[in-house]
Design a protein around this ligand. Sequence first.
Ligand SMILES: [Mg+2]
Length: 354
Amino acid sequence: MALEKSSQTAALSFDRNIVRNIGLPFVARHPPLARREAGYGKTGCPLALENNFIRRLAAATRTRPPVLTGIGDDGAVIQDDSGSRQIVVTDMLLDQVHFDLKTTSPRLVGQKAMLVNLSDLAAMASWPTAAFVSLAMPRHGIGDADQFLDGLYAGIQDCCDRWNFCIAGGDTNAWNGPFAINVCLTGRPMHSTIPLRSGARPGDRLFVSGPLGGSLPSGRHLSFPPRFDVADWLVGKGIVSAMMDLSDGLATDLPRMAEASGVGAVLDLASIPVHPDVDRRLPMEARTNAALCDGEDFELLFAIPAHLVPRLRDVSPPFPVFEIGRVTAGLGVTIRLPDDSIQPLRQSGWQHDF
Ligand SMILES: [Mg+2]
């Protein structure tokens, strides 16, 4: 496959002066791919640093029309003069952080780079319309570059064909660092309502669309179904108050939804579904902590007002849903243990020594 360099730029960009003033996070060290260290997210940045950076960037950036929803959600919402809305999502993946090229085929890497962005579009209940793919190619150590790129783009094209959209541009550079790929997708909303992280209200019930944990050691993080069907059904029924996808783990992502909504939440430990990929030989505490903290599940986390939950039960959704807790007034996310005691939920889960 011939790779043409394009000078098209993604729709999202930072104001360089703002970034300089607030300071960019730096990667002190990468988490090992097979076992994510507590406190490190899928970005490879310490989570507290990443969260603070996003808060400061959002505070320093005034959202202006045509941007309706900017920094801090799974995607940006842009509305033109005719009222038509477009979603833009972007995500960058790095060798040795999000995949390992020593053990992962270029095709799977290309596929994952698309899937993580498609998952963000699903969280915004939107279908993909175009892809912009940018690469940082290592000058050495990649082997046959043509063969590598053919495999990479085969994985990307698989996703384009499956969801009926195309690559519309991108950029390619070479350097002495590791391989990196950034994908930016545009999308169109499935319905008139676009679910955001900020819509959860006290009393809402919290759900996830599938069991959690074990994604990295099992390799599930390389090949998973973005939950378009779940988003389409839920938002079409008009019962969702807030939604996001789970990329960094429930223990990290639920507090992000709670903060965006200005609410708190309480999880019910016994209700958290543990994925079969989590080692069954582990003690129960370690298994539930894996479900809370492993990350890269790419299931949907969503809130439904309590009075609409019976509607969810009555019509029996054509996919599994798991009720895991509820939204509370006030700030802070806690977890209810089987003995009915309540503990704060931390990014490392709920155990004291894990
Ligand atoms: Mg997301």
